[in-house]
Design a binder for this molecule. Structure first.
Ligand code: NAD
Length: 317
């Protein structure tokens, strides 16, 4: 069911490259009736609002304006993109101390007026900060999700589509675990036209599938490092990934997306946020799908969870 116009209010916290690329993508869809932008830097917000608003004659009707934390009380969706980004040779986990402080202060500002908005965490390290926001706000775990490996899954589909010479839309595959260096490509779940990828590769005979899978895994994992090295930061594809997640929520789509969520025993993992296939709709995470992984994928997922837990325990309170 599509929400009423009144309900489709989206608050974006963080007017940087990611927040504004998301707004730019979202405003083309007609999904939001109102988009409100918040940032520490009011001049930056004013400039971004002017620039985005000048495009309104070309897109479906939407009100885009500057706001403050009181706007969160009747928002349906709050998207947190504020914080430091990676510099070359810095991992996402290296951002944790600084960005945990920023996310805690943002959550303290949201909390007094918080009612029931779904919150999408984007700031890195996204899995850790999804957990931090969840604990800080104390709301039900289904209402806070991280963009997780939705972007990494898109990168995997794109790279596989080039490799196989197929439309990206015909590639069905998932990246699970940390949005970062310990992420796991679930090759055992990948399929094309209903044919498991390993069987498809055997039919195709175009490559050594084991070697190809290792190269593709590496390319997906290193994508952000290359982009940061070439142009400073990544923002267009995350803007589109966030628009995809927003559509699932605002249109109550029940879409399967690899968002970051609190695991409470699923996949034998407890009390940490990471990405697994989830059903996403108007209430946020509706269901976690426990997909059958191969033994080595399961081990890699548990190891990813271990790395995230170790990083989480390093955050100073
Ligand atoms: P940016 O430097 O362009 O913008 C960051 C913005 O945050 C700035 O406008 C800054 O003023 C604002 N900000 C900082 N502290 C704030 C606070 N306390 N309250 C309000 N605003 C505050 O950075 P960016 O390229 O937009 O990246 C933002 C974050 O998104 C980074 O942490 C980056 O690593 C992350 N990111 C995540 C993904 C993902 O897949 N999850 C992908 C790309 C980037």
């Amino acid at each position: 069911m599509i929400m009423s116009k009144k309900e489709r209010k989206v608050v974006v916290i963080g007017a940087g490259r990611v927040g504004t690329s998301y707004i730019y993508a979202l405003m083309h869809t007609g999904l939001a009736a109102e988009i409100v932008l918040i940032d520490l830097d009011p001049r930056r917000v004013a400039g971004e609002i002017m620039d985005l608003s000048h495009g309104l004659p070309f897109v479906p009707p939407v009100n885009i304006r500057a706001g403050d934390y009181s706007d969160c009380s009747d928002a349906h969706l709050i998207v947190i993109t504020a914080g430091a980004k990676q510099t070359p040779h810095q991992s996402r986990l290296d951002l944790v101390q600084n960005n945990a402080k920023i996310v805690k202060s943002i959550c303290s500002s949201i909390k007094p007026g918080y009612t029931s908005a779904i919150i999408i965490m984007v700031t890195n390290p996204v899995d850790i900060l999804t957990y931090v926001a969840l604990k800080h706000l104390g709301c039900p775990p289904n209402r806070i999700l991280g963009s997780g490996t939705v972007l990494d899954t898109a990168r995997l589909k794109y790279i596989l589509s080039l490799h196989c010479g197929l439309d990206t839309h015909n590639i069905h595959a998932y990246v699970l675990g940390e949005h970062g260096d310990s992420e796991v490509v679930a090759w055992s779940l990948a399929h094309i036209a209903g044919v498991p990828l390993t069987d498809y590769c055997a039919l195709c005979r175009g490559c050594d599938s084991k070697e190809a899978h290792e190269d593709i895994t590496q390319s997906v994992r290193d994508s952000a490092y290359h982009i940061v090295d070439y142009k400073g930061s990544t923002y267009y594809a995350i803007g589109l990934s966030l628009t995809r997640i927003s559509a699932a929520i605002l249109r109550d789509e029940h879409s399967v997306l690899t968002v970051s969520t609190l695991l409470q025993g699923q996949y034998h993992i407890e009390d940490i946020c990471l990405s697994v296939p989830c059903v996403v709709g108007a209430d946020g995470i509706e269901r976690i799908i426990t997909a059958p992984l191969s033994d080595c994928e399961q081990t890699a997922l548990e190891s990813s969870a271990g790395i995230l837990k170790k990083t989480l325990s390093s955050i100073s309170s």
